[in-house]
Design a protein around this ligand. Structure first.
Ligand SMILES: CC(C)(COP(=O)(O)OP(=O)(O)OC[C@H]1O[C@@H](n2cnc3c(N)ncnc32)[C@H](O)[C@@H]1OP(=O)(O)O)[C@@H](O)C(=O)NCCC(=O)NCCS
Length: 170
């Protein structure tokens, strides 16, 4: 029993995240779980829950998620896109409440940054509500800087910082 648990734990640690473009037997289950997390964490106007399928079909976009077992249970996910060869964006990052503070968010964001880097873009940008302190702190930790405040970005009384990370050379 113990051996089995250790094996699963190691297996999970070594495959920290998956990309949905890889063939995954639990694909539909994973998407359902992500939509559930999305609805729980983000207010309606900020949530991609309704348009998730559309987002996934978009060209030049990617989704990475952490699967915590072999049964489609997800700890967190990150979405990114590269609309042009110059710039990419992080469009969503979320970790389920009971998995926070364990490094998932940072690993997912690092993985998304690496994916964008391989696209040879010069800059990654994102928008974040300044009141989301954990997210702001994480973005700054990984090198993002505040560009400007966009008033009314999410709703009339909810603003966003636009943040960016520049790659020195490609
Ligand atoms: C932001 C979020 C993804 C972080 O995920 P997480 O897995 O808990 O983060 P990690 O455990 O990987 O922590 C990495 C870093 O994030 C920052 N951080 C995480 N939680 C924090 C908190 N409660 N307060 C301040 N900084 C925090 C720290 O810099 C931390 O590094 P450290 O451990 O060296 O201090 C998670 O809090 C979340 O899903 N929040 C709600 C959704 C959201 O705000 N998404 C961003 C929208 S743009």
């Amino acid at each position: 029993m113990w051996r089995e648990k250790l094996y699963l734990w190691n297996k999970w640690r070594s495959s920290w995240w998956w990309s949905l473009s890889e063939t995954r037997p639990n694909g539909p289950k994973v998407i359902d779980e992500i939509v559930r997390i999305e609805k729980k964490i983000f207010p309606k106007h900020e949530s991609l829950a309704r348009s998730f399928d559309e987002e996934l079909k978009k060209r030049n976009s990617g989704l990475l998620f952490s699967e915590v077992d072999g049964d489609g249970h997800v700890a967190g996910y990150v979405m990114y896109s590269w609309p042009s060869s110059l710039c990419a964006s992080i469009t969503k990052l979320a970790v389920k409440e009971n998995f926070r503070g364990q490094g998932y968010g940072e690993e997912l964001l690092k993985a998304a940054i690496e994916k964008c880097r391989t696209r040879r873009v010069h800059r990654i940008s994102l928008h974040v509500d300044p009141l989301r302190t954990p997210a702001m702190t994480l973005y700054k930790k990984l090198g993002f800087r505040v560009d400007n405040l966009i008033e009314g970005y999410y709703s009339p009384d909810r603003h966003a910082y636009r943040m960016y990370l520049d790659f020195e050379s490609n």
